[in-house]
Design a binder for this molecule. Sequence first.
Ligand code: ARG
Length: 456
Amino acid sequence: MWGGRFAGGPAAVMREINASIAVDKRLWREDLTASKAHAAMLGAQGIISADEAAAIARGLDRIAEEYAAGKLVEDSALEDIHMHVEHRLGELIGPAAGKLHTARSRNDQVATDFKLFVRNCADEAIAGIDALEDALLARAEEHAATVMPGFTHLQSGQPVTLGHHLMAYVAMLARDRSRFLDARARMNESPLGSAALAGTGFDIDRDATAKTLGFDRPTTNSLDAVSDRDFAVDYLHAAALCSVHLSRLAEEIIMWASQPFGFVKLPDAWSTGSSIMPNKRNPDAAELVRGHSARIVGDLVALLVLLKGLPLAYAKDLQDDKPPLFDAHDLLSLSLAAMAGMITDLEFVPTKMRAAAAAGHATATELADWLAANGVPFREAHHIAGRAVALAEATGKALDELNLADLQGIDPRIGENALPRLSVEAAVKARGSAGGTAPDRVAEAVAAARAARRSR
Ligand code: ARG
């Protein structure tokens, strides 16, 4: 490509370090799409002839068929996907192929291709999030009234409903979804026509290529356009945080499936056995979702560090933007799909959850709330309820096994109607404030999430 200036060829290792085709061949569709848009614009503007534009378009279509059939032949001498396409085009249509590269550079070309790819990744992430949300909503609806322990510090705090717990992840996913949408909207400007770094002297129509490629408008600064990878960082940030949410859910599934918890049974489809211990049923899929999140966070950090010292405009360091993005996209897609499958197929064990919810005198706050609702200052009510917990512990009973005489011995203001408030079912039912755990609120939250889905 630069034989005019160079007398000698590259060293073997130079060729190897320079070639990116093994990685960026994944951009072939985007490269062909952007090249077709560029060639059509060159033809429409009279920069190349209509015949040349038509020949290029036919050649690019033919290459698309070849590549779709797996006929891309990798050649490290041709460096990257852009040169592979141009070379093949030359073989197919002859010298007119050389006109495709008029008024563009690989710098605006790769920025455009990569943006088209990342934009699609954002769309796929949103589809994956929607599928997981469906799975969570179905299980939350089914378990709107199932009682489980609610933890702080991983100590039983107050009983909650399983539906409410699952809906917490729906809330996280709604934010993830909006981050991907936001990234998509911000990135949707076309770099094509920025050429190498300074723009071009040809009378190109950047609005036309932007429109053809589904961009909202062309980018505004050629130096920025060829060196900007913020769009990939935005995607990776959204992916990293989404994967952290999946990792937290994965960790809970792993914990819940352990024998001391026993809150869930892992179905065969999402478990592995052990080659030595016949009893084992391991939560490998959940563990891999948790592990993949580390890699996705690493991918975000890799790209940020890649960018931080780069002077304007393009530098070859930018070729290393693709591996972290491809890695994160593949891992996130798998993680979302695996999590949706696990959530759908998990067998919850409500009896275990309820027993754990009742342990640890988890309704002590209920007793304090009852007293406070009956005129006792909350600080004093807290103290009285604390003494009731101490009595229960000393006598080896659960708080809700104390009788009225026991409780009135601690404070005579405790009335008979306080007793039914101390069951875990009553406790969750009472927490009916907006966004609270009461079964009715959970059913409303599920309905609201479904209505939000329908209105998009
Ligand atoms: N393969 C390169 C990349 O992915 C394409 C751009 C090359 N531009 C250049 N001036 N060498 O970044």
